[in-house]
Design a protein around this ligand. Structure first.
Ligand SMILES: C[S@@+](CC[C@H](N)C(=O)[O-])C[C@H]1O[C@@H](n2cnc3c(N)ncnc32)[C@H](O)[C@@H]1O
Length: 545
């Protein structure tokens, strides 16, 4: 079988039958980790989510310096300029503009994203035809006990049929329900990785890819650029698998998130109920050192969560309960309630921290929130130490490929924070007053920062981030554009000749012995030192009374 008609066709993939899974995407050649398997800018369906509709261009998804301008007829599509407006008109807006205008005239708010995608499919036969070929688990959903999911789908289908003006008879609604099942089953939503550009898309070749909690590939997205990259070596003939969910969560949470897809995951991680460290150890063949903040591969295998399986199993079970407890607590809205909430969560996660299980949910969520809390307080040095903790002790295990989009974002976040701390430590002889009270720990953080060549560290992290992202993203991803701007600024700083010679030698040949040593000295060691101060910061700040 060849892949379905789609913009993302490639010589290197094939659609095959996979027992118990329906169809599957396989590779015809052996793929190295990091290889771009498919790339497209023209998915079948693509729409910003309602929350972002008026802030990003409906066609290219860029945010731009000035707000995008609304379509003067329907006010439901927004464009950065006439080129995008014309392209979107040709692609789909010509069929949806009138019905959306009618809706607006009737005083109705914007359609939910999936309902609007269904309207597009009902109005454009070529879209409906491509969707028809995709899996939708229609019968399974229709015959589900309780029938609540089907009832919800019927309500959305009815709304879409009415909006599209295709009639609301039994036959029309049944067809719309089927199309909605297919949209839901195959839609990608990249809100977490790219919060500025939240959107939903459906792409028929990518829709052939099945799920695993130890994914062998990742879909990366920047604007309209959609790229499928191998996360590990994949042998010719093997299936390519991605994750549909946040696979870093414990099994009960993963099962909950996978429920809408109607299958029981039988991946090695689910079969063995492996924790996140054991799952990480299934990626042994990646070079985690060159261009990565991660520890040696051997350290992954020696981590207490891999070696002490009893303790790890207990923590894995506990993780589910702690997560449920945290989720049921109210979301804090003021600074003091945020602090109180972080204290509460730290108390609940203390066992994990003491056992060095930093990658085990829900500890990474706490570390990320603590880093954001410090940044909001403009306590840049503590925000930095916790960001370093996140990058090394949490994300390097949760997302083993160094080029994973989250890992790249970690590098960038540390670089951004360094641009603040570098300014602070060079201009101030005393640390900021809000921080003085944290006494000894703060003094050590400030002293550590003074010992680090923060500008060179920042520069090298940005260079790493740019090397690790797909070529297609360099001009498209806001993060990459910012990284290039920051590098230009750093390049203009005077008096850095010696550092620049070493950095250029490392960048030219990062695998050379000298380069590795320099990388260890200038990047890995300082980031790990800051990360251990981050652990202390959390203990100091959030351990409570
Ligand atoms: C996006 S589609 C993937 C392609 C699909 N197998 C097909 O034949 O078109 C998602 C659906 O594939 C099936 N699927 C995906 N991953 C699976 C897995 N690991 N085990 C069993 N079925 C899976 C489920 O029916 C799921 O709802």
């Amino acid at each position: 079988m060849s892949p379905p008609e789609s913009s993302a066709t490639s010589q290197t993939v094939q659609v095959r039958h996979a027992p118990g899974k329906g169809r599957a995407l396989t590779t015809t050649t052996t793929l190295r980790p990091g290889t771009t398997i498919l790339a497209t800018t023209t998915p079948l369906l693509l729409l910003p989510s309602v929350a972002n509709l008026s802030s990003i261009c409906t066609h290219c998804l860029r945010s731009g310096s000035s707000p995008p301008r609304a379509c003067t007829r329907c006010h439901s599509a927004y464009y950065c300029g006439p080129t995008c407006q014309r392209a979107h008109w040709r692609a789909v807006h010509s069929v949806e503009c009138k019905p959306l205008s009618r809706l607006r005239a009737a005083g109705r708010g914007p359609l939910p994203t999936l309902v609007r995608l269904l309207v597009q499919a009902l109005l454009k036969e070529s879209i409906a035809q491509e969707l028809a070929d995709l899996e939708g688990n229609v019968e399974a959903i229709r015959s589900e006990a309780g029938g609540t999911r089907w009832a919800d789908i019927e309500v959305m289908a009815l709304g879409a049929c009415a909006c599209a003006g295709v009639g609301t008879g039994e036959e029309q609604v049944r067809r719309a329900c089927e199309l909605m099942c297919k949209i839901q089953t195959n839609a990608f939503n990249w809100s977490e990785d790219n919060p500025d550009q939240t959107a939903v898309f459906v792409e028929p070749t990518l829709a052939m890819i099945n799920h695993s909690c130890v994914p062998s590939a990742e879909v990366q997205v920047a604007g309209r650029n959609i790229v499928l990259r191998a996360s590990m070596a994949i042998q010719a003939g093997e299936e390519i698998e991605i994750t549909y969910i946040d696979y870093t969560l414990p099994r009960p949470k993963r099962n909950e998130a996978l429920a809408p897809y109607n299958f029981q995951c039988q991946c090695p991680r689910c079969r063995g109920n492996l924790n996140i460290y054991q799952a990480s150890a299934l990626y042994p063949h990646l070079d985690l050192n060159c261009f990565s903040l991660a520890p040696e591969v051997s350290q992954v295998h020696q981590h207490p969560a891999v070696v002490d399986t009893q303790k790890a199993a207990a923590a894995n079970t506990q993780a589910g309960k702690v997560l449920a407890d945290i989720e049921s607590s109210a979301t804090p809205d003021t600074e003091s309630s945020q602090h109180a909430s972080l204290c509460h969560r730290y108390q609940r996660c203390k066992n994990f921290a003491e056992s060095d299980f930093w990658a085990m949910a829900p500890l990474p969520h706490l570390v990320a929130d603590a880093s954001s809390y410090y940044a909001a307080e403009e306590n840049w040095s503590f925000a930095l130490t916790t960001a370093c903790l996140m990058a090394t002790a949490c994300d390097s295990y949760r997302y083993p490929p160094p080029f994973h989009s989250v890992r790249v974002q970690d590098l960038f976040r540390i670089a951004k924070l360094l641009s603040n701390t570098a300014a602070d430590t060079s201009s101030l002889s005393q640390p900021p007053s809000s921080v003085v009270s944290k006494s000894d720990l703060n003094t050590r953080v400030q002293d550590t920062l003074k010992d680090i060549d923060q500008v060179s560290l920042c520069q090298m992290l940005l260079m790493m981030a740019l090397r690790l992202i797909p070529e297609e993203f360099v001009k498209e991803w806001d993060l990459a554009v910012d990284a290039q701007d920051m590098l230009k600024d750093i390049g203009q700083l005077p008096g850095r000749d010696k550092a620049l010679t070493l950095i250029n030698a490392w960048a030219t040949n990062p695998e050379a012995d000298q380069s590795r040593k320099f990388f260890q000295y200038a990047v890995v060691d300082p980031v790990h030192t800051l990360a251990s101060l981050g652990k202390e910061a959390l203990e100091h700040e959030f351990r409570g009374a």
